[in-house]
Design a protein around this ligand. Sequence first.
Ligand code: GCB
Length: 576
Amino acid sequence: MLTPQNNALRQAINLDGIWELSLDGASAGTTTFVRDRFVAVPGSLEELYCESWWTGGERDVCYRTFFELPSAPLERTWSVWFGAANYRAEVWVNGIKLGEHATGYTPFEFPLPASIGAGERVEMRVRVSQKLSADTIPMGNLRNSGGAGQFAGQYPDVPFDFFPFVGIHRSVQLVGVSSRAVLSSARLEPTVSVGTTGLLNVRGNVSGESTRVECVIPELAWCESAIVSNGQFQVQATFPSVERWDVNRPRLYIVRFTVFDLTNGAVDTYVRKIGFREVRVVGAELHLNGRAVRLNGFGRHEDFAVLGKSYNTAVAIRDFALMRWTGANSFRTSHYPYAEETLDLADELGVLVIAETPAVSINFEHTTEQTLGTHLRCVEELIARDHHHPCVVLWSVANESLSTHPRARPYFERVTKRARELDCTRPLIGVTCHGAADTTLDLYDMIGMNLYPGWYEYPGQLDVAEREFVRIMDEVHAVFPGPIMITETGADAIAGFHSLPARQWSEEYQAELIERLLKRGRSLPYLVGEHIWNFADFATAQNFPRALGNRKGVFTRDRQPKFAAHWLRRWWHEQS
Ligand code: GCB
């Protein structure tokens, strides 16, 4: 599946806007819409109205919109494409079920019945379900009691703190392509070898009847015709002189594919941007283009007031502006794949990304054979969507699993094996909060440590927090020889709360804790990165440790700086 594009031979018609909502999702195919509930697409439901939508994680809701197919000069096949809907979506048009997609955060597309003609008014219904269970990714409704870890007993019942927003979170598009032949997938692997020599491997699939696909990079004066055989094509090229894509110095090249049908007429065209760069783990270092690179930045969330988890371009641009202002060069898409537009911006701006699946807090007390199957599908969907983005330098297959459990190792052997089969050009990072007790460390090329000394442990005791931080890191280094980074550390601070001496929840405490831990971290030679938890405050499930959300942001939820953001800005700018 390719992300929709509008060009001379393809149509992408935006269906975003005001849709109707029915709270009766159970009978989605037949439910009546009373036309007094309207929702935004893209949008999350939870912060639109004044009452809570959450019903213990059992609710299905139904969305509805209408559209018409345009009459097109060419023979067209139409489909409907969704950027993401959480957590499960079923799509009907004119009473016919087209299909369903489980897990949020990744796109899905269904062909429309050929019987729908141009100009016909089409009703589309989408049942969106908030149900999470032991079988789903992420997991939910595990009914753990309060003793079973930080997130047990909270409301909604999810084993993570961020609010499980429900909705059609990303754009919906009507996609029209040639019914003769169309590019259905394109896998590009650009890399650089010695000096400035660029190598490019292209593999792709074409559906329909096609003879050849032309691949062109105008700026490299490259044009190659690949023969299509059994719906597949492949080409390789070597370029003596390319400019690399690098952190803060992004160089992107446009690749254009043109598909020809049996009469040698051009019937489809599609463009992709690529960057020539190489990422590798060398000893205890992470190398980008043959040089050690340090990751400074944040764990983040897709979260903003009213918008919930839905994508918004203005917020995305503000976030990149703030990251640049601090001097950050990277972030992790904690704890799920972000909107592809966010990766497009990271490609354009030279920001490095750790791309993560939605597998957060896998709890092996509850996993089933189905959990693993769903997790593997999440890995496949993430890599299928994001492999061509030069900004993605590491894959994270999960965040903070219960990886001390005996079932963790065989499970993650399967997950990491699948990720490596799908992409051998990027290292895998294992993100853990279990330190040296994690039984899966050696399955990864790099380790990300989530640790909160001075917050959850040793509150108020900054000297002890520093010592603990070094002790835990050294313990991991003793059993894992590769590169290690901090993927999470920090403290909650409510903007405007001040305290001297510095005490928990004050801006002073958050800033001082971060400063002390990061300065100590610089004395550890194997530490190749520091990501602060979190970039901005975010909405959470309800529980007593959360004061109207998680306040570990160094920016507020409306993206204004706390003291810690100013300190990071000085620190990262001094280092660069
Ligand atoms: C963690 C989780 C993250 C939480 C954070 C916290 O370890 O990975 O999702 O938000 O701790 O603030 O407790």
